[in-house]
Design a protein around this ligand. Structure first.
Ligand code: UDP
Length: 364
């Protein structure tokens, strides 16, 4: 009999499985209903040798030495630092909106005036969420411009809600940045695993105490001393209080016989088309091929049996529903919930890894 059951072979499940296996020397059965490991971080090399992120771009970044040092045991990273462009009024401009964006989208004389005003209002090198930025009456024209051209339509496509309706933390992920730093993230450590994310998870799960079974949905926790559940917490409790809403996305892949399709790995289209952004995967690991593959990303509501869960939708009502499940979870002394779906939190990869590392710390 295995001591531990881990449901879900994404980052959260793989990290906790590895820690149990190597630090407690306990057996761990990892199950996943998908036909592959790595959850939504799953990537693979296609026939052209291009590393495709099947469920959309994943760019690793963290400020945590603990997370970085743990992951470095299982992979090397390249020195990729993510930059995103957006098509604003037909101009390819930097996102997040920063001083470079200002000069890209406005005539120089106007940009200079805005720059002066901005520096009177904010400290250089600070980040200001758009909803905060809009509170500054003296910057109303610029605030409305950024809100309407970058956030309003993108957020409506992505969430089916306006930026004022989604939790502020969501749009605050991409604040206005009083800087010339074009990077999407400022974290100390950033990069793409040299052999891809799937390989990282494979290396983590490669331990004599770990057995992995794919195409295996979670059915019962019976017979295990501890259960680590990284699926959606409402599903574990058979949706007894109702269904936790999620946003889902899907991708339309296209292949082109050209070196590169676009200037950046990710280009956002806030105001045009029905997709939110186009990913071009070759950029991440500089894959050598005469072809290139892009994916157009579309957003839709999650529906059980129809599509995948991607984004928990943070709002008061959903948090209340989640808290009901959390209360149920707290009654179980051998079942632990973790991960984006288990915790119903908009984790980045490093958050998920850190959560699993901390949970293990709590258990031992
Ligand atoms: N966002 C936006 N316009 C952009 C980029 C982001 O309105 O050009 C908003 C949107 O609401 C999005 C959120 O900021 O959901 C967070 O963006 P991020 O790129 O972090 O989303 P992820 O990569 O996690 O999908």
């Amino acid at each position: 009999m295995k001591k531990n059951l881990v449901a879900g072979a994404g980052f959260s499940g793989a990290v906790i499985a590895r820690l149990l296996a190597e630090n407690l020397n306990e057996t761990v059965l990892v199950i996943d209903k998908k036909s592959h490991i790595a959850g939504n971080c799953y990537d693979f090399r296609d026939k052209n040798g291009i590393m495709i992120h099947k469920y959309g771009s994943h760019i690793f970044h963290t400020n945590s030495d603990k997370v970085w040092n743990f992951l470095k045991r299982f992979t090397d990273f390249n020195t990729y630092m993510h930059e995103v462009a957006g098509i604003i009024d037909g101009i390819e401009a930097n996102i997040p909106f920063n001083f470079n964006t200002l000069y890209q989208v406005f005539p120089e004389s106007l940009a200079r005036k805005f720059e002066e005003k901005l520096l009177k209002t904010f400290e250089y090198n600070t980040k200001v969420p758009i909803l905060e930025f809009q509170k500054h009456e003296e910057l109303k024209f610029l605030a409305d411009y950024i809100y309407e051209k970058i956030f309003l339509n993108y957020t409506t496509k992505q969430w089916g809600l306006s930026p004022k309706e989604v939790e502020g933390a969501v749009t605050a992920r991409v604040p206005v940045y009083l800087s010339k730093d074009n990077r999407y993230f400022q974290d100390k450590y950033q990069g793409i695993p040299l052999e891809g994310y799937t390989k990282v998870i494979e290396n983590m799960l490669n331990h004599p105490n770990i057995e992995v079974r794919l195409n295996t949905p979670f059915e019962s926790s019976e017979g295990f001393e501890r259960i680590f559940y990284t699926g959606s917490i409402d599903e574990f409790f058979s949706y007894k209080y109702g269904i936790l809403p999620y946003r889902s996305v899907y991708f339309k892949f296209e292949e082109y016989a050209m070196d590169y399709y676009q200037s950046h790995a990710c280009i956002n289209y806030p105001n045009n088309y029905d997709f939110t952004r186009i990913h071009e995967y070759k950029h991440y690991l500089k894959d050598q091929s005469s072809k290139t593959v892009i994916a157009k990303e579309y957003s839709e509501q999650f529906e059980i049996g129809k599509n995948e869960r991607y984004y928990p939708i943070a709002c008061k009502e959903n948090t209340e529903l989640y808290n009901k499940y959390l209360k149920e979870a707290e009654k179980l002394d051998n079942v632990y919930f973790l991960g984006r779906l288990g915790d119903y939190k908009y984790y980045n990869i490093d958050n998920a890894v850190e959560r699993a590392l901390n949970l293990f710390g709590e258990i031992v």
